[in-house]
Design a protein around this ligand. Structure first.
Ligand code: 9MR
Length: 688
């Protein structure tokens, strides 16, 4: 979006003299659009498919196996979460009192961070794999200090790198008692040791999710399940910090108990996330795996599934062949059943409407196919979100939406525009029909503060377990928040750059430095920005250095006609393919805003035209059907609804939805007081 100083020079009619031929890009390759009949791609890996519904799919990892090429290849291809299988347990991390050894776990965590895989920490307090110097303690105060020091030291070491911790593991007894099992913790500290562990953990790393993890708690009516349920209910009622419950799910050949989904949803109803944390099933029957995945998919607070190892030979119960890959690393039938249950089975071709059964996922050639069509058509909602001025916020327009779907809700961030300038607003709702009635939280009341802040972009930076809000302040700025739903949780602005990079200073002319956009692949993060002067810039840093170290700023795309490559650039990864999509807002020959699009095989470009002209636009009034009354003729600064919510900015290849700003076609006057509203485009020519 353009800054507060901009006047009405870009509003309707001001550019009526531009011709379509003036839109030919100079720095952007103008290639013919790919054939529209190319087969659309579904996600072909467990992690990508789970991400489509905002979930993760993880595995236990053993540091000693990372050098095994087959193991590492499957790990990086299929999984977006890892749990160190043994390396974070007490007998490895603190074998003797006060002497910590993080090397084996660091190997796993550092490797995962570099690949944007999230990490579950397993485990802080457990009666097993506990060194004898702890299990032989006899003094309660000593044990209390020892436990507290262990939790604090380990969590501090992994702060920002481990998203969720199994704070206490397997504290409940098997059988019919529903009580805690005996252990040194239980015996010396009593029932309160679990609460104490969770309170210590919250203090040590307030951003980490804190889980209780156990086995044989999948069947709702079991006494053990009921015992854990009562504990979680009690914790929630008394405000003891707990965020999640892990169901290990080590199943026999029959798979999960019939009531597993009921158990998951009953726990979720207490206000915790639920996760399947150590899944393996004797002989890996396809139905048993599919039923387990389905139980999670059917519970919105079931946030992810972790299998307890990659190949059968990697399993702690290898004699039972309980995993998804055979000893040679081939996908077993249970793999395909799981992928299907996660939603990733059907491959549809655009030539016919018939569905054929999916070939083995590894037989698909995702990288060579074009995931998106070469032309688009859309239907628009009406104006769904309008400003909600209050006594201290006299807002004229709501603009520049950024949106993620997370935890069952849409979280929308936007600019607020008024004669006195710009700031940010946040609203959330579970359905677009409720968007208009959602509460507007003005973010100038958070540490983001007052003053010029505009054009937000939100995403979850998985390697750090933190939400980022990127926005323009004159520099490229950001704030972070451990909880996207807490509008007061954002940190004060920090800048990505010490000052405007030289190359921008040299090319910006009479433009403005606007619309900062971050996207990461597994190795690097890229920061794109526009100058309202025909240039799209790109800087780069590594995933491990982010948010620091942005450098190597280059012109990623340019056009001699500044209006043809104006502002509001978005870059996304297209799910299940090697394609990246770039859309950039342009000003058409009719003076109206619209979007052009390009694709590339990597974030470094080069960008090939996809739907990039006024007659074949990505989104423009001429390829959008509006409700009666056509509330806008401009399709301006917006954002795609993503398949996930992390820093990879992955969008589905099908049925795209674009949240955008539009305005009454008759509006005129000062650019800052134009009555922008937000609506949603839904793709109507999706081939899948
Ligand atoms: O898979 C782990 C195996 O390598 C270890 O020898 C074993 C030692 O107790 O722990 C296994 O993992 C366990 C996990 O930490 C907690 N739940 C049960 C898992 C299987 O025993």
């Amino acid at each position: 979006m353009n800054p507060p100083t901009r006047r009405s020079r870009c509003s309707a009619s001001a550019l009526g003299l531009l011709t379509a031929s003036a839109l030919l890009a100079t720095g952007v390759a103008a290639a013919p659009a790919p054939a529209a009949e190319a087969a659309p791609i579904q996600a072909s890996t467990l992690g990508a498919q789970a991400a489509q519904s905002g979930r993760y799919f993880g595995t236990a990892v053993a540091a000693g196996k990372l050098g095994d090429g087959t193991y590492a290849t499957i790990l990086d291809r299929e999984f977006n979460s890892v749990t160190p299988e043994n390396e974070m347990k007490w007998d490895t991390v603190e074998r003797s009192r006060g002497s910590f050894n993080f090397a084996p776990a660091d190997q796993i965590v550092d490797r995962a961070s570099a690949r944007s895989q999230r990490v579950r920490g397993h485990t802080l307090v457990w009666h097993s794999q506990l060194p004898s110097w702890v299990s032989s303690l006899t003094d309660a105060n000593t044990l209390r200090d020892v436990m507290s020091n262990h939790i604090t030291t380990v969590m501090n070491h992994y702060k920002g790198k481990v998203q969720a911790w199994d704070v206490v593991n397997e504290a409940f007894a098997d059988g019919g008692s529903g009580q805690h099992r005996p252990s040194v913790f239980q015996n010396l500290l009593g029932d309160g040791f679990i609460e104490q562990a969770f309170r210590t953990a919250r203090t040590a790393d307030p951003a980490a999710k804190l889980c209780y993890n156990d086995y044989n708690i999948e069947n709702w009516s079991d006494a053990k399940t009921q015992g854990v349920y009562r504990m979680v209910r009690d914790f929630k009622a008394r405000g003891v910090p707990i965020d999640c419950v892990g169901f290990q799910s080590h199943f026999g050949t029959g798979g999960p108990p019939a009531g597993f989904q009921t158990t998951l949803s009953n726990f979720a109803a207490l206000g915790v996330d639920v996760q399947i944390t150590e899944l393996d099933i004797a002989q890996a029957p396809t139905t048993a795996y599919a039923n387990t995945a389905r139980a999670c998919m059917n519970v919105s607070r079931c946030t992810g599934i972790t299998v307890w190892g990659i190949r059968d030979i990697d399993s702690w119960r290898s004699g039972e062949n309980p995993l998804l890959f055979d000893r040679d690393g081939n996908k077993k039938a249970a793999y395909q059943a799981t992928l299907t249950a996660l939603g990733g089975s059907a491959v549809t071709t655009a030539r016919t409407t018939s569905t054929r059964s999916a070939p083995p996922a590894d037989a698909r050639s995702a990288s060579s196919a074009s995931a998106l069509p070469g032309s688009f058509s859309w239907s628009s909602s009406g104006a769904l979100i309008a400003p909600k001025p209050d006594s201290t916020h006299n807002i004229a327009g709501i603009k520049d939406p950024s949106v993620v779907h997370y935890n069952g809700k849409y979280h929308v961030f936007a600019s607020t525009a008024s004669a006195s300038g710009y700031n940010l607003v946040y609203l959330s709702f579970s359905d677009w029909s409720q968007a208009g009635s959602a509460t507007h939280h003005y973010l100038d009341r958070s540490a983001i503060g007052t003053g010029y802040r505009a054009a937000p972009q939100v995403f979850y930076y998985a390697p750090q377990g933190l939400w980022y809000l990127v926005y323009q302040t004159g520099n490229a700025s950001f704030s972070t928040n451990p909880d996207i739903s807490n509008p007061n949780g954002w940190s004060a602005p920090r800048n990505f750059y010490s000052s405007m990079p030289d190359i921008i200073r040299q090319n910006i002319g009479n433009g403005y430095w606007v619309d900062m956009w971050v996207i990461c692949d597994s190795a690097n993060c890229y920061l794109f920005s526009s100058d309202d002067n025909g240039h799209l810039y790109r800087s780069q840093t590594t995933v491990s250095q982010f948010p620091n170290g942005f450098t190597n700023t280059v012109i990623a795309a340019q056009d001699a006609n500044r209006y043809a490559l104006f502002e509001a650039a978005n870059v996304y990864k297209v799910q299940g393919s090697d394609q990246y999509l770039l859309v950039v807002e342009a000003i058409g020959s009719d003076g109206r805003r619209y979007f052009r699009s390009w694709t590339a095989g990597s974030l470094g470009g080069s960008w090939t035209a996809l739907a990039a002209s006024e007659s074949n636009p990505f989104a423009r009034a001429n390829n959008v059907t509006f409700p009666a009354g056509s509330w806008t003729r401009d399709v301006s600064h917006g954002e795609m609804i993503r398949a996930g919510y992390d820093q990879t900015l992955t969008i589905p290849a099908c049925k795209l939805q674009y949240v955008y700003q539009g305005l009454n076609p008759g509006a005129s006057g000062d650019y800052n007081t134009l009555p922008w509203r937000l609506g949603v485009l839904t793709q109507t020519n999706s081939a899948c």
